[in-house]
Design a protein around this ligand. Structure first.
Ligand code: SF4
Length: 323
């Protein structure tokens, strides 16, 4: 049995080499790793799982070339493209979040930069949503100016998602139209004005274990409130349509989720896109590390229904968290 499992993670910092050792653990050691990680998860998150839904509020036509993304300028994926969904759709999803006691309504907007008019229009939607359904709202919304960010904060957005997606050295392989450092400085600006941060990545882009560890160490330094870990769903028409994801076994995915918990023990660790694909049959085990999941699909890919997600949480012996 590897001694790394018995390290006192709470008092001793995990080194880069040890983090790679965790990802390399023989599968037979996974139950012991899950037990160790569960003790930490339980200390900070109890027995609860937050469930979020996602609205794709603006879709397609992005100027950027993120290789995994169906909305990128280079994507030929057959997706709906629109500038801003009608407010009624946001309200409909907000009501679902409220009525089903979900923990958060996440709203994604494609694109990297927005005009002040676009931000004003979206901020008005958020203000109205907060008045009518009063759910927690998180946005994924490219790079903002300080003034735009402040406007969204004043409108009632309390958390912003901005992922690092992969390790710094690997980033050039998945995007060349903006830099890793631009992402980090956007996050720092948002943090400085008091936003909660949701910052994670995507596994299965062709990265090495070292790249995953690099990303998780960058995320540890950011110390976000929430860490979404996505597993690539290769979408037809995207640059990564034929990506080889055969190494994403349930065991490997679980080790990555465990590492995320060990490195950012107090954050929400969210198993996001791909859980339905790669954890098949072992979904319940993810809750040893994870305290947050999406229901009802992702930006451009379907997913498990809200009812089935709630049932999954209950069947695994956890309670869904109402915030
Ligand atoms: S991930 Fe965001 S920035 Fe990158 S192409 Fe997609 S919508 Fe654009």
């Amino acid at each position: 049995m590897s001694s790394i499992i018995y390290k006192s993670f709470e008092t001793e910092a995990l080194s880069r080499e040890e983090a790679i050792e965790i990802l390399n653990l023989p599968d037979e050691n996974l139950p012991a790793l899950l037990d160790t990680v569960y003790a930490i998860r339980r200390k900070y998150k109890g027995n609860t799982v937050g469930i979020q839904i996602l609205t794709n509020a603006r879709s397609g036509n992005c100027s950027q070339n993120c290789a995994y993304c169906a909305q990128s300028r280079d994507s030929e994926a057959d997706i709906d493209k629109y500038r801003l969904v009608p407010y009624e759709k946001l309200l409909h999803d907000g009501r679902i979040a409220r009525d089903k006691n979900l923990s958060r309504h996440c709203i994604g907007l494609s694109g990297i930069r927005f005009s002040d008019r676009e931000i004003d229009e979206f901020a008005d939607c958020v203000k109205n949503l907060r008045k009518e359904v009063d759910t927690h709202i998180c946005c994924s919304i490219g790079f903002l100016t300080l003034q735009q960010a402040q406007k969204l904060k004043d409108a009632g957005v309390n958390r912003i998602n901005h992922n690092l997606n992969t390790g710094r050295n690997f980033y050039k392989n998945i995007c060349t139209t903006h830099t890793y450092d631009e992402r980090i400085s956007n996050i720092k600006m948002l943090q400085n004005i008091g936003f909660e941060i949701c910052c994670g990545g995507i596994i299965g882009l062709g990265e090495s274990m070292g790249d995953i560890v690099d990303m998780l160490f960058e995320i540890r330094d950011i110390n976000p409130e929430s860490v979404p870990i996505n597993f690539l769903i290769p979408l037809k028409g995207t640059a990564l349509a034929n990506a080889n994801t055969s190494h994403l076994s349930p065991e490997y995915c679980l080790k990555i989720l465990c590492l995320a918990r060990l490195l950012t023990p107090k954050s929400d660790i969210r198993c996001a896109a791909g859980r339905e694909v790669y954890l098949k049959g072992k979904e319940k085990l993810m809750f040893y590390a994870v305290d947050s999941i999406f229901a009802s699909g992702y930006l451009t890919a379907g997913g498990q229904s809200i009812e089935d997600t709630i049932k999954l949480v209950a069947d695994a012996g956890f309670q869904y968290r109402i915030e």
